[in-house]
Design a protein around this ligand. Structure first.
Ligand SMILES: NC(=O)c1ccc[n+]([C@@H]2O[C@H](COP(=O)([O-])OP(=O)(O)OC[C@H]3O[C@@H](n4cnc5c(N)ncnc54)[C@H](OP(=O)(O)O)[C@@H]3O)[C@@H](O)[C@H]2O)c1
Length: 335
């Protein structure tokens, strides 16, 4: 269990012999901002950094403050509303046109409203679009560039900052309500909560899929813990006053985005986590992990928290769940 000092000390050792290309989705505020700022600081700016989000002014402000000796390195913002998968595919094409490899793909943007579940213009549950589907599409579209980095002997790492370690055999993925659009959507809190739980388990499932198919790349799902960001509890109706109280009290129990970022980067940089699947806690420690020696085709086992016959603590999917989630995701995010 690394302390903050341990994490910082380990991060300070990160000094790759090549110039990394890093894509941060959702780094104009919150945990993503903390990560991009610390990433640039440890490398003294020596990286091609791409920030994805909507807030151009915030991005310009952050980029303007990143170290960049003699403006030698490219630090850029590409606007994209990631709730729309067509936008995600378009921004990935822009990235593919700009760079030949991606060493780090870090995704933090999310939507956590308890009061406003919605369906997007593409027919997707908004929570799942913002917490899960866009991450699936980014990985799918940028995987060739991550593989290219790996083939050059460089870091090749994908990280989803969301809700790792929440899976349990008591909470299997509901394969009869894929996408949270099959069963009736009654009650805002219930629908939102269901989507948020699903998004963590779906993320485990899809990262397991990519890890089994790409055994030389590291896929990490990590829980940031309670962090002071723009996140606000927004219960509605008679529960509204509870939101006010929680929003007053919660910050007292949260860490800063800067502290969180150190732990997230500790997990990202870890030299011994260069391939496999890692489910990590808020300090960056793996709750469970698995490394595949070669490509694996998952079967039909429906035991939750078991991956290819290996029990995985906190893992929210089953082999059958992985297959069904990936088939579903391919179908609903397709052009
Ligand atoms: N904060 C916590 O206490 C906590 C606890 C548990 C889990 N988490 C998880 O950790 C991750 C990071 O949390 P966070 O609190 O830092 O998140 P956050 O503050 O909600 O994330 C904000 C970032 O997401 C981007 N974003 C939001 N909507 C977007 C959209 N439609 N298109 C593109 N970008 C969008 C924002 O950029 P723009 O405004 O520029 O669009 C901003 O950069 C999330 O997955 C969250 O669920 C957080």
């Amino acid at each position: 269990m690394p302390s903050l000092a341990d994490a910082k000390a380990a991060n300070a050792f990160f000094s790759p012999s090549y110039t990394p290309v890093a894509v941060f989705v959702g780094a104009t505020s919150g945990v993503g901002q903390g990560m991009v700022e610390a990433f640039a600081r440890y490398l003294t700016g020596r990286a091609h950094i791409i920030i994805i989000g909507r807030n151009e002014h915030a991005a310009a402000d952050i980029i303007g403050r990143l170290p960049n000796p003699e403006n030698e390195y490219t630090h850029e913002f590409i606007p994209c509303d990631v709730s729309v998968m067509a936008n995600v595919r378009a921004v990935c094409k822009v990235i593919r046109d700009k760079v030949e490899r991606v060493n780090f793909l870090v995704m933090t943007a999310a939507y956590s409203s308890m009061a406003h579940p919605a369906i997007t213009s593409e027919g997707l549950d908004l929570h799942l679009a913002m917490r899960y589907y866009y991450r699936f599409v980014f990985i799918q579209e940028l995987l060739p560039l991550v593989k290219k980095a790996q083939s050059l002997g460089e870091d090749a790492k994908v990280m989803s900052v969301l809700g790792a370690g929440r899976g349990s055999p008591k909470r299997p993925i509901d394969l009869d309500n894929l996408g949270n659009t099959v069963k009736p959507r009654t009650g805002t809190i219930g629908v939102s909560f269901r989507s948020m739980t699903m998004s963590s388990n779906y993320t485990d499932a899809m990262l397991a899929h990519f890890a089994t198919r790409n055994p030389s790349i590291a896929f990490t799902h990590i829980l940031p813990g309670a962090v002071r960001t723009t996140f606000r509890v927004d219960l509605d109706g008679f529960l509204t006053p509870l939101s006010w109280i929680l929003n007053l009290l919660l910050p007292l129990f949260c860490v800063s985005k800067e502290v969180c970022a150190e732990h997230m980067l500790h997990a990202l940089f870890a030299p011994d986590r260069d391939r496999g699947l890692f489910l990590c806690n808020n300090l960056g420690d793996p709750v469970s992990s698995i490394v595949f020696e070669s490509e694996v085709e998952l079967g039909e086992n429906d035991e939750t928290s078991v991956l290819n016959g290996v029990p995985m603590l906190g893992y929210g999917a089953s082999d059958l769940g992985v297959r069904r989630i990936v088939e579903h995701s391919v179908a609903v995010t397709a052009a």
